[in-house]
Ligand binder design. Structure first.
Ligand code: 7PJ
Length: 279
């Protein structure tokens, strides 16, 4: 594995786990359809995550929650582009969470450093859209599509199937001319998986992601945390930090989280235990 990730304008060292802060730009009750207000709110939130120590930001304009409907290219760009433009010089790489080749092209043109595709660059034209940039590419496993993916997912061997999907997806990227040091693999927690599948994938993370490419994991506030704590999404901080740390212990390279400061605290304490503290 390369010791750095080529990530647009940045080369990220992979020596310690990196923390990616989540920035959602999807309509909520707050923003009430006022798109300017929504943009300002997302930028302010993102700058707070950078202040808290985020190593990267992930901006998403399409809800991919189980059951969510898709949005048009125009609407997704209306949400994401002004936020990307407002954050370009915030000091950390900007990832855009999208499955759409048209959105990929537009945000790379506008300066995005990474494309995070929950569909694993399987859409027609996705490979062509990203190939000739120097952006990092996060290839995630998903079974089915967000609208229906949680309807009784079945695997004979979830660890082997997700591992093989990621290896095949990475091979497709390589064959289309993408350098190995741009690729990141993600098991896709919650995307077409039962709670048992999710925990099996987390437990066996090194097997799932292999040793050729770095890994990214997203477990923050997900239903797999709620399922074992009995807590609603608003109270899943402790469970989310525990799951992020379990992933870090197993070698995860990038942790995609809502709660940046708390996750960094956990990583610092873990590092002090493992490496000691300078006198
Ligand atoms: C993930 C993601 C994830 C990557 C979402 C949520 C749902 N991208 N986008 N990995 N999850 N790469 O955050 O609850 O797990 S959206």
């Amino acid at each position: 594995m390369h010791s750095t990730l080529q990530c647009g304008r940045f080369q990220l060292s992979l020596e310690r786990p990196l923390v990616m802060g989540i920035v959602n730009v999807t309509p909520d009750s707050f923003s009430d359809g006022n798109s300017h207000f929504q943009t300002e709110q997302a930028i302010a939130h993102a700058l707070g995550l950078v202040e808290a120590g985020a190593d990267l930001l992930d901006i998403g304009g399409e809800s991919t929650r189980p059951g969510a409907q898709s949005v048009s290219v125009d609407e997704e760009l209306r949400r994401v582009l002004p936020v990307l433009q407002g954050l370009l010089h915030c000091g950390v790489p900007i990832s855009i969470d999208t499955c759409k080749p048209e959105v990929m092209r537009a945000v790379l043109q506008a300066g995005a450093d990474m494309i995070n595709d929950i569909a694993g660059f399987t859409a027609a034209g996705a490979l062509d859209a990203v190939r000739d940039s120097d952006s990092a590419l996060c290839l995630m496993h998903m079974r089915g599509e967000p609208r229906t993916m949680q309807q009784d997912p079945v695997y004979a061997d979830v660890v082997a199937e997700v591992r093989d999907y990621l290896a095949a997806g990475a091979a497709r990227l390589r064959e289309s001319g993408v350098a190995a040091n741009r690729i990141v693999l993600d098991p896709g927690f919650g995307f077409g998986k039962t709670v048992a599948h999710n925990y099996a994938l987390l437990r066996e993370l090194p097997q799932v992601v292999g040793t050729t490419y770095p890994s990214l994991i997203g477990v923050s506030r997900k239903s797999m945390i709620g399922a074992v704590t009995g807590r609603p999404a608003s109270r899943r901080l402790g469970g989310s930090v525990a799951a992020a740390l379990a992933a870090a212990v197993r070698g995860a390279h990038i942790l995609r989280v809502h709660d940046v400061a708390d996750t960094i605290d956990a990583l610092r304490v873990w590092s002090a235990v493992e490496q000691g503290v300078r006198a």
